[in-house]
Ligand binder design. Sequence first.
Ligand code: SF4
Ligand code: FE
Length: 495
Amino acid sequence: MNSAEALWADFATPIVTADDYMNSLRGRGMNVFFMGERVPEPVDHPVMRPSANAMAETYRIASERPEFATARSDIAGIAVNRFLHVPTSPDDLVAKHEMQRELGRRTGTCFQRCVGLDAIGTCHSVTFDIDGKAGTSYHQRFLAFLRRAQAANVVIGGAMTDPKGDRSKAPHQQSDPDLFLHVVRRDDKGIYVSGAKMHQTGAVNSHWLIFMPTMRMTEADRDWSVVGAVRVDAPGLTYVVGRQTNDTRIVDGGTMDAGNAQFAGQEALIVFENVFVPHEHVFMDGEWAYATSLVERFTTYHRSSYVCKTGLGDVLIGAAASAAEHNGVEAASHIKDKLVEMTHLNETIYSSCMAAAHQSKKVASGAYINDEMLSNVAKHNVTRFPFEIARLAQDIAGGLIVTMPSEKDLQHNEVGPLIRKFLQGRDGVEVTDRMRILRLIENMTIGRNAVGYLTESLHGAGSPQAQRIQIARGMKIEDKKARARHLAGVSERAK
Ligand code: SF4
Ligand code: FE
């Protein structure tokens, strides 16, 4: 069961529909924990199911909108789900971002499949570069892996963020070597890795994981400079699914209090204990000098992928406009102006992400990567603007989003009629519709999907300072100064 071929045997039939995908998550015997209990079938757990539903939309959209959600891949020689496609033109990246925005609109949450997509693009180019220099065969191995993944249409998760321990120390200096994922043993069949990856988006809803270093490495960090792919049900993997604000509202009964009962995101801590990776699935082992370009390329892809949040912004702007109508204030000039402000912020994010796609560059492997500066600017916008959009949505919605009675009270014989009487807004608006919209705003700004819309916007694909460092590196300040001096007539000696 350890050869690459045997590991792919379960994926002989491609996953096509959203239903196929949901069924593919059952019977895997994964070691998953949530709220202090082992969860044998995460997809059937009421708190985790909405996150699988969101991932399932990446399959649904491929059949409904193939013009941007599928692409012909030269690797497998077939049309593939765009989440498994290496971008080979600026148009590919434009289509990818259109798809991500549309999925954000459909789900109102993180649909979790972009980390693996961006890991694929990154591994394509970095393995090519390593082979060119070191004479290794990582690129062909990676292509063989990806060909199988494309044919089977599996979800590949990306596992990048190590626990990191003492941030002032390199991986090899940590008192516990497991604080960064590393190779603990090698034999003639493959390698064994131990450690952990934190905050792993969609981990339990994936089929395979690609693990990668999280930061630059030094020569002494060779054993930590490792990239490979494992099945999510590989022996030695344990998952602890993260707690999200208000996640258990879904089990309180009814569908209103959850705000978005159908969709949610998911993050998990993944622990690796002596996990075997056959050579065929090892894409870097010890080439520490390439960790920097790997991280930079991944973050360049992924920071533009945060265009997803503009889809969530569309939903939240729509919810705020609906709340205004329910209150009878949609014609007030300050309400209209706030909706314009929200839209301006949302489209500013979109424009920087799309510009980064249109200005993408080809690298040696043939893959295209978003423009680095514009991608960092895009993600930096994402660390700020959703917070302001959320503030304006709460402003328009009013304090009822945090004081509103529960659905159970609404259904209670005695107080239900009182709630219906006193929460009535504009005539003709159903009280339940008003409450549902307010719950959605709560969900996206302080509830379960604020995890994705706000805090993940802040820290996902790197916290704000990470983008500022990249912006500082690329801002060509000397060139800007020279241009200013030239126009001002300042002599070179006088600088
Ligand atoms: Fe994709 Fe956005 Fe979720 Fe990241 S936060 S995985 S880019 S949907
Ligand atoms: Fe993320």
